[in-house]
Design a protein around this ligand. Sequence first.
Ligand SMILES: [Zn+2]
Length: 635
Amino acid sequence: MPGLLPLSKYSSVISLTTPFTPPPIPTGTAATAALDSALSHLWSDYRRRNGQRAAALDIEQIDLSQKTSLLRQLLTVREPHPPLPANVLVDVERTLQYINRKKALTAVAALPVVLPARPKIALWRGDITALSGVTAIVNAANERMLGCFTPGHMCIDNVIHYAAGPRLRDDCAKIMGLQGQLEPNGKVKVTRGYLLPARYVLHTAGPQVPKRPAGVPRVSEEEKRDLEGSYWSCLEAMEDLQIGEGESKSVAFCCISTGLFGYPPEEAVNVAVDTVLAYLDKNPATSIDRVVFNVFTATDLSLYIDKLNSLLPKPTITPALLTPPATTSPSLELAAKWLKSAPNLLITAGAGLSASDGLDFTSHDLFRKNFQGMWEKGFTCLYDFFGYDEWESPAAKWGYYFCSIIFVRGWTAPCGVDNSVYTHLRKLITALYGESGEKSANLFIRTSNADGLFFRNGFSADRIATPQGTYELLQCMRKCRPDAYWPVQEFIDKAMPYLDTVANAIRQDIDGWEEAIPRCKHCAGEMFLCVRGGSFFTEVPFVESNRRYVEFKRRALKEGLVVLELGAGFNTPGVIRWEDERLVTVGEGRVKLVRVGLGGSEAVEWDLEDGERAVAIDGDAGKVTRSLVELLTTE
Ligand SMILES: [Zn+2]
């Protein structure tokens, strides 16, 4: 049985010390051609392996976002043997280069110091593949060390392998072939980072923790030692890595073993921080200048904040302190250039904008913390109630809806108002159209979000259209009269004495609770939120704002327009996404689209980018808006 393969035995096999030169970024048209040709090879290869059971691929029939998602899935399931033909590898890498360069990057050097006595430590929430200037990022691998083979799985292993390109898996396969045995937990293998902004990737297999019955410790001693081993091995490996002259050495850790590997995050955070600090104490002459704890979920962020705060005499770390500094990319600079000379600005927004402010309708964590009663009934997120209609009684229904309306209307960004995406947007508007820019006739806002956050963040109501409705109104479900809708506040006031905000229920043990159930003032019929959720929805309250939008659009199409689309995603694409694309088409060059979204939702047709009619930015709406403000207000 061969032993663990040390770095010295595989380093030259994978040319670890030779800097990788990626192919140049192609034009949009060339990237489209490269994508099509890569897909047709990968698909026929996939069919061959699967005995022709998969259907033939008609590349003409699928759109760009389907193509890129297919590319991701085919690369995920690809076996490293036989290697890709050289021309296919180039096509894949050119495509990925084109996709990757849309990412809004964050420079590791710009991350704030959180522990004054420990300037090497940084904490950052974001996409680890968008951290630039970093020497190495840590990948949470498994014992096979070849990446995750589950298509569509958004684990860190998949995310890193996809962004780095196929050479990453090929290198891992070479190393594992030489080692001749599975990788034990708590060790590390190093590869180059290829298409990543990081020079190296440290692959470590952390322990997998099974579910244990109550009363038994959730983590065994061995599992804890293995997790410590992962952190320690990565740090040791860093010492041997070469960097360029004048560069400083940095490493970014993901949250190893949490998530599907089952290590409880509230225990993993202690292992992570304690091990790194112990290593730095034991190795005062270390060559490492920066250790970044990279987190992705809101839960992990607050766990790391609590842990690091516990090391300070007084807790001073808050989410606001950690707000990432400006991000940069060629796409951002182009967007800023367009905005600067925009005669008119249309801001369009979808769920990604609210999520950027922390109000994530798909977040289980947010829901569990704020809707205890509903959580206990088996609901998992706010989104579960979209289209839900199996309430046992009107009291049950309104018990929940009043709680959710109060919750959404009272929302403030956890990162603080100053760091809220809406604050950045107001600054952006001020930079373009002056102090009272929000009222400017050159501005319009159109959002599919019914949460009313634009209003509540002080934007002028007569420059906003909410075609999907609003939580601010309740309406008669029969639409008995055109004016059968009223502000929600008066219904909340009536319901408050009977509302149990913990159980998310109307208290039927209090006399007169029926008062709490909203009734139409005209026909005493059933009511509902005035949101587009079925044929009951009344358009009447939105006719006027839609008329203003149409008027704005007509003029802006003549004068010139920049559409800044934030987090529109793929839910109800007809409302925001396709409408924005249509504006570009009918605008005949006078309309430019800046589409901001995460992980593929930012996609615009690549030939539109060649013609400088659209630009895609892969990044969080809040971070990107903040960067745009900085680009617009400096120089
Ligand atoms: Zn009515």
